[in-house]
Ligand binder design. Structure first.
Ligand code: ZN
Length: 286
């Protein structure tokens, strides 16, 4: 397991931590300001959301390279199924392809997939997961031609209805096995997996070749909002170091991306303060 106590070169910022991906929140820093703030502090990477990139993917990618900062990924695909997804298979695939194009232009190696919830007119997860398998399979071929990897991110089961019918690492690895594409893997987010006692066995199934991302935050024991009240690392009940050990024992050696949705706490603070606290917590509790 890597020692981060005096080295945060593996620390990456997911810009959700600054609130920029939700209307009305965040300090309004431009993508370039975010890159410069991370580079100045010795971060190893940054992960943007599509809404921050717009038509400027190539220029922002160039800005990051000039600053010596890696763009570690892009969030995220459209929802592929469920009540929040675009209507119909072709509309979903169109937006999926344009997300892949954006990742390629940005030179982000990985596009995260959040699959969406239960398809209207169906019950339970099985039918929706079949639809997901079809759409991801089509997108994998397109992404392979663009040189982009796709990372299925299982979400905490609290989001099962509307945001993700994929709620366990087990099901995510099963989907990878079913689809069998070389550029399809998983993203492991502490917020979504901290409760899962089967995690070591499932991550060992996934192995290094299928773990494309590791996301850091914490689960607050008295969380007020399961979407927008994530905790800073060290403030909650997740065994962050234990999970990282499991992820790294499975062969992952990439960046660790801090992703904290926190509308009443961290999003209200100066981004400079947030970026400094991340470095300190990364070294002391991750
Ligand atoms: Zn995540």
């Amino acid at each position: 397991m890597r020692d981060f106590s005096r080295d945060h070169s593996a620390l990456a910022l997911n810009t959700a931590t600054l609130g920029h991906n939700v209307d009305g929140f965040g300090a309004g820093w431009s993508a370039e300001q975010v890159i410069d703030g991370c580079a100045a502090r010795g971060y190893g990477g940054v992960v943007f959301w599509r809404r921050e990139i717009g038509a400027n993917a190539a220029a922002i990618g160039q800005w990051a390279r000039s600053a010596g900062l890696k763009i570690a990924g892009l969030c995220r695909s459209p929802f592929l199924v469920g009540p929040l997804s675009p209507r119909g298979r072709e509309a979903v695939l169109d937006e999926f392809r344009s997300s892949i194009d954006m990742a390629a232009a940005l030179t982000a190696p990985v596009l995260t997939i959040v699959v969406g919830g239960v398809e209207p007119g169906t019950k339970g997860m099985s039918e929706s997961l079949k639809i997901v398998a079809d759409r991801v399979s089509v997108a994998c071929e397109y992404a392979a031609r663009a040189g982009v990897k796709l990372a299925l991110e299982p979400l905490n089961p609290v989001y099962g209805g509307d945001r993700s019918c994929l709620v366990t690492v087990r099901d995510a690895v099963d989907l990878c096995d079913t689809i069998g594409a070389d550029n399809l893997g998983i993203a492991v987010d502490v917020y979504h997996v901290w409760w899962d006692t089967d995690l070591p066995a499932q991550l060992s199934r996934a192995g290094a070749r299928r773990i494309y991302g590791f996301h850091l935050c914490d689960w607050l024991a008295d969380t007020k909002d399961v979407l927008l009240d994530r905790g800073m690392m060290g403030d909650g009940v997740a065994d962050i170091r234990g999970i990282r050990k499991t992820v790294e024992n499975s062969g992952y050696d990439g960046v660790c991306e801090v992703e904290i949705f926190s509308k009443d706490n961290w999003w209200k603070r100066d981004p400079n303060e947030v970026l400094d606290v991340l470095v300190e917590r990364f070294r002391s509790v991750c």
